[in-house]
Design a protein around this ligand. Structure first.
Ligand SMILES: [Zn+2]
Length: 124
């Protein structure tokens, strides 16, 4: 079945791609680059979920032998999802949170001595 073969190959590519990204994540990737990877992975996820939907529907119509394929594709998709999560966590770590006012929670501009919103003195 050509359709299933294509999906299998696609899923394998995804698996390898995800591995590669995870490996590279060990090094310090720039945040913009990571964001780009995330957007690529998100597109892969959308495609995967669409494929899963199609396979699932075909199974519903009676193609029982699709179960294993659906399972595998779901696993691959889960892997992609986890990689997206890892990348997001890394971005989080690399981006220091801006200081906020202890009184009202307003984000403070760099080097501010007083909160621009409520005037509370900024303490280190
Ligand atoms: Zn304030």
């Amino acid at each position: 079945m050509e359709f299933i073969k294509n999906i299998s190959e696609k899923a394998r590519d995804i698996g390898e791609k995800a591995k590669e990204i995870t490996k590279r994540s060990g090094e310090l990737l720039e945040v913009t680059k990571m964001r780009y990877e995330i957007s690529k992975l998100e597109k892969i996820m959308v495609n995967n979920i669409e494929a899963i939907g199609e396979l699932y529907y075909r199974k519903f119509k009676g193609e029982e032998e699709l179960s294993a394929e659906i399972e595998r594709l779901c696993q691959a998709t889960r892997g992609v999802e986890q990689d997206i999560q890892k990348l997001r966590e890394q971005i989080e770590k690399l981006m220091p949170k801006p200081a906020v006012c202890s009184q009202c929670g307003t984000e403070l501009p760099e080097g501010a001595n007083y909160c621009p919103n409520c005037g509370t003195r900024v303490v280190e």
